[in-house]
Design a protein around this ligand. Structure first.
Ligand SMILES: [Zn+2]
Length: 176
C-alpha cells in the first residue's frame, strides 16, 4: 500500500497515511486528523482538538465543583464540632473526651465523698447532704461528658464518610 509521510498537526509526530486517505488517527497522541493535500505535499488538521478542549474544561469544572463540595462539608463539620465545645471555668473551650469525663466523675466524686465523710463526723445533720449532692453532680457531669464524647466520635465518623463521598463524586476524565 502506498503511503504518504505527514506530521501530526496536534503533537508533531511523523505519520504514514495511506495515499488516498482523507482521515487518520495519530498513533502517538490519538488525535483524529483530516489529511489535506496541496499538490504533492500532504498535511494534517486536527479534527477533535475542540472536543478535547471541551472535555478538559468539563474536567476542570468537575474538579472545582468537587473542591467546593469538600469545602462545604468541612465548614459544616466545623459548625457541628463547635456545638460540642464545653466552656471551662476560665473561658477556655474544649471538646468533650471520655477521659476527662471519667476524671471529673472520679476526682470530683471522690472529693465529694471525702468531704461528706468529714462533715458527717464533725457537723450536724444537713451538712453531709450537701456533700452527697456534690457527689451526685460530679458523677452526672462526668457521665454527661463521656456520653457527649461518644456522640462527637460518631459525628466525626459521619463527617469523614461525607468527605470521602464528596471527593469521589464525578471522577475527572483521564488526562490528555
Ligand atoms: Zn499526534
Amino acid at each position: 500500500m502506498e503511503t504518504v509521510p505527514v506530521n501530526c498537526n496536534n503533537c508533531g509526530a511523523p505519520l504514514e497515511v495511506a495515499a488516498g486517505a482523507n482521515y487518520a488517527t495519530c498513533g502517538h497522541c490519538g488525535a483524529r486528523l483530516a489529511v489535506k493535500r496541496t499538490g504533492s505535499a500532504a498535511s494534517t488538521e486536527v479534527l477533535e482538538k475542540l472536543d478535547r478542549t471541551t472535555e478538559q474544561i468539563a474536567g476542570h469544572l468537575a474538579e472545582l465543583t468537587r473542591q467546593k463540595e469538600v469545602e462545604r462539608v468541612d465548614r459544616e463539620w466545623e459548625r457541628e464540632q463547635a456545638s460540642y465545645l464545653i466552656t471551662g471555668k476560665h473561658g477556655s473551650r474544649t471538646l468533650p473526651t471520655q477521659r476527662a469525663g471519667v476524671v471529673i466523675a472520679l476526682v470530683m466524686g471522690g472529693f465529694g465523698l471525702i468531704w461528706t465523710a468529714f462533715a458527717a463526723s464533725f457537723a450536724p445533720f444537713p451538712f453531709p447532704l450537701f456533700g452527697l449532692l456534690f457527689v451526685g453532680f460530679a458523677v452526672y457531669a462526668g457521665l454527661s461528658q463521656v456520653k457527649s464524647a461518644g456522640k462527637l466520635a460518631e459525628a466525626e465518623a459521619r463527617y469523614h464518610q461525607r468527605r470521602r463521598e464528596a471527593m469521589r463524586k464525578d471522577p475527572p476524565p483521564p488526562p490528555g
